[in-house]
Design a protein around this ligand. Structure first.
Ligand SMILES: [Zn+2]
Length: 340
């Protein structure tokens, strides 16, 4: 009796599964395939799988022309916050102000494998993923950047505490492969692999502090980073000597100058209409972007808060390592001011 009941139950479960798959398939065809040409079959291949862009998928063409003669110099990483389907829909809905990015890299989620790379827009064309933005003296990064969206939720705020979701390992492996290819193809310098938070620190927090920037640097040589012997203040002073004394204790003005020299948008500091409180809040957002990407990467509990001596030395060392003597010279402080 129990045996037959168990068989009966299994059958019900089986039929439900079939029904669910068929429903997913129908929705997928209607929502995604019709606009993008991406099939469920594409999503089943559980490996680095490249779904290239084809001219005929008109609504996948949420794209614009880059300014004439504009070179691609930069890569900007994002979190989608939504899942793959909602992202594909958002990136192909034909709206008047269309959002998009050049690539979407999936995480494992139900039928969707992790590490699928979907090209939404070929990099010679422009996609809208980082507007407004400003970095190293240039606004609108869309003009010169390739946008890569990582499917994922980013973070959640609960009970006054912020927690960060881990990234999918297959997703990161596929991303590393994609980045390696793009860096080679477009000759992208390490200091030009950035997060959305780096170029829009007052509005955006993606990718989060949980994103493995350090792993990408150590394992694949991607992006800016400090090596094992370049991390403590003592090591940094030995490795990047300067003919003047660096502030040994934490000096906020020095740290702020380092962030400006690294390229962050700190123009608000000269805004005479802004109150001291407003400026403090804006600095906190810039600090947060720097912590997440560099000095506190991988340490979710330290995502925000007062910067310290270690953050300050990291900012100096990254500048000295990647921008050389000019940066060292510019980092000389006299009464806390920088003379670039
Ligand atoms: Zn973003």
């Amino acid at each position: 009796m129990w045996f037959y009941f168990a068989i009966f139950l299994l059958n019900i479960i089986f039929v439900c599964c079939l029904w669910f798959c068929a429903a997913v398939n129908a929705d997928f065809k209607k929502d995604v395939y019709a606009k993008t040409g991406i099939t469920l079959k594409d999503l089943e291949k559980n490996q680095y799988q490249f779904v290239p862009f084809e001219e005929k998928w008109a609504h996948r063409n949420h794209y614009f022309m880059r300014p004439e003669g504009q070179k691609v110099t930069t890569i900007i990483l994002h979190d989608t916050v939504g899942n793959l389907f909602s992202t594909l829909n958002k990136f192909s809905d034909g709206k008047e102000h269309p959002l998009n990015a050049h690539y979407i890299v999936t995480q494992k989620d139900g039928l969707v494998p992790g590490g699928l790379v979907i090209e939404m827009v070929p990099p010679p064309l422009m996609a809208q993923h980082a507007w407004p933005s400003w970095f190293r003296g240039k606004d609108n990064a869309n003009d010169y950047a390739i946008g890569i969206e990582l499917v994922g939720k980013g973070f959640v705020d609960q009970g006054g505490k912020r927690s960060f979701y881990a990234y999918d390992s297959a997703q990161i492996k596929a991303l590393a492969r994609l980045l390696t290819r793009l860096v080679r193809e477009y000759d992208i310098r390490p200091e030009n692999i950035l997060s959305h938070g780096d170029v829009s620190p007052q509005r955006k927090y993606d990718v989060t502090i949980a994103f493995p920037w350090r792993g990408l640097y150590e394992k694949y040589g991607l992006g800016m980073g400090l090596d094992g012997d370049e991390r403590t203040p003592e090591q940094i002073m030995e490795k990047f000597p300067v003919p003047y004394a660096l502030p040994q204790k934490f000096n906020e003005t020095f740290f702020q100058n380092m962030l400006t020299l690294l390229g962050y948008d700190t123009r608000f500091a000269d805004d005479h209409d802004a109150s001291a409180g407003e400026k403090r809040a804006k600095w906190a957002n810039v600090y947060q972007a720097f912590f997440a990407h560099y000095s506190r990467n991988g340490q979710g509990a330290l995502w925000r808060g007062k910067p310290d001596q270690r953050d300050q030395f990291w900012a100096f060392a990254l500048g000295a390592k990647y921008f050389g003597k000019d940066f060292e010279k510019a980092s000389k402080t006299e009464n806390g001011s920088v003379d670039p």
